[in-house]
Design a protein around this ligand. Structure first.
Ligand code: GDP
Length: 298
């Protein structure tokens, strides 16, 4: 765990350094809070979470009767941890057989890579996984998923130029027949222009429910943490359309916008099952609110 945590720290240090800078003075005064406000906004925490954190922090400072900026930094770590805590929830896969996950997100967010890492994670926990290549529009997406299936030695349902909903249906049906533990459907992140992405994804969701009325059990959005407030906008849009059950926030190994998790916690608190901290297989980690808060504050 240490190496990836180091990478997260290093990545977030770009944010952290400007936040840490705030506490190098000798006084707790208005200037300190103003600098902190600017640093949080720079980190893409957004106006709502920033205002909330400042108010919460002032209350904590008063309560603790803190007199040193260094003590305020510790209290800020507590405030950020408490804000992020509701996002810290484990992904559970034992309840349904198979557990059906539909994974959505715009192209380039790290969807396919994250599915590959997630598959590895599940396989390591002895789960039998079946992948569904439901992005039938892009040949490259299908091929990439095929590569991940090969690497993890799991089965894949794929059909060149097929209907994404039909591929998903077949995968769930096959999963039920074969005693699969987890079915993961990779979906398109962009469509040929005349089609509407959200409508397509809603259709996949509906058709999955026809194969198994309790499914999909998870609708996971993969967002690029490096896009800051844009990531929040995506969370809202996909949640409005599909009802998300969880998030995977990628590319936190090199971003100055890690504060966006505070914005998500404040405005659309959907569990962050995993964070991506690099391109390698092991670079998918469970989210820990305190670790993240400490890494964020440098
Ligand atoms: P998709 O279009 O959403 O399926 O995105 P991909 O899975 O193809 O990922 C797009 C790019 O982002 C690839 O070059 C990945 O290696 C890279 N990537 C994905 N996750 C991470 C991450 O957590 N950190 C870093 N640094 N790169 C990542």
């Amino acid at each position: 765990r240490t190496s990836w945590l180091g990478r997260l720290r290093q990545g977030l240090a770009r944010t952290g350094s400007s936040i840490a800078q705030v506490f190098t003075g000798t006084q707790i005064d208005d200037a300190l809070y103003e600098e902190l406000e600017a640093a949080l906004l720079m980190a893409d925490a957004g106006v709502k979470a920033t205002e909330f954190l400042l108010e919460d922090l002032k209350r904590r400072v008063k309560e603790a009767k803190a007199t040193e900026p260094a003590a305020v930094k510790g209290l800020l770590a507590d405030a950020v941890t408490d804000l992020l805590q509701p996002l810290q929830r484990p992904l559970e896969v034992g309840r349904h057989h198979p557990t059906v996950m539909m994974v959505v997100g715009v192209n380039g967010a790290g969807k396919t890579t994250s599915i590959g890492k997630l598959t590895r994670h599940l396989a390591e926990h002895d789960a039998k996984v079946l992948l569904a290549a439901a992005d039938t529009f892009r040949a490259a997406a299908r091929e990439q998923l095929q590569v991940w299936a090969g690497r993890n030695q799991v089965e894949i349902v794929s059909q060149e130029g097929g209907d994404p909903a039909a591929v998903s249906f077949d995968a769930v049906t096959a999963g039920k027949a074969r005693g699969t533990d987890v079915v993961i459907a990779d979906t398109a992140g962009r469509l040929p222009t005349q089609l509407h992405l959200m409508e397509e994804l809603k259709k996949i969701k509906r058709v999955i429910a026809k194969a198994d009325e309790s499914a999909p059990h998870e609708v996971l959005l993969v967002v690029d943490g490096n896009t800051g407030q844009n990531a929040l906008a995506q969370v809202k849009a996909f949640d409005d359309a599909l009802g998300l059950t969880g998030l995977i926030v990628t590319k936190l190994d090199g971003t100055a916008k890690g504060g966006v998790l505070a914005a998500i916690a404040r405005e659309r608190p959907i569990p962050v099952y995993f964070i991506g901290v690099g391109e390698k297989l092991e670079d998918l980690q469970t989210f820990d609110a305190r670790e993240f808060a400490q890494a964020l504050l440098g």
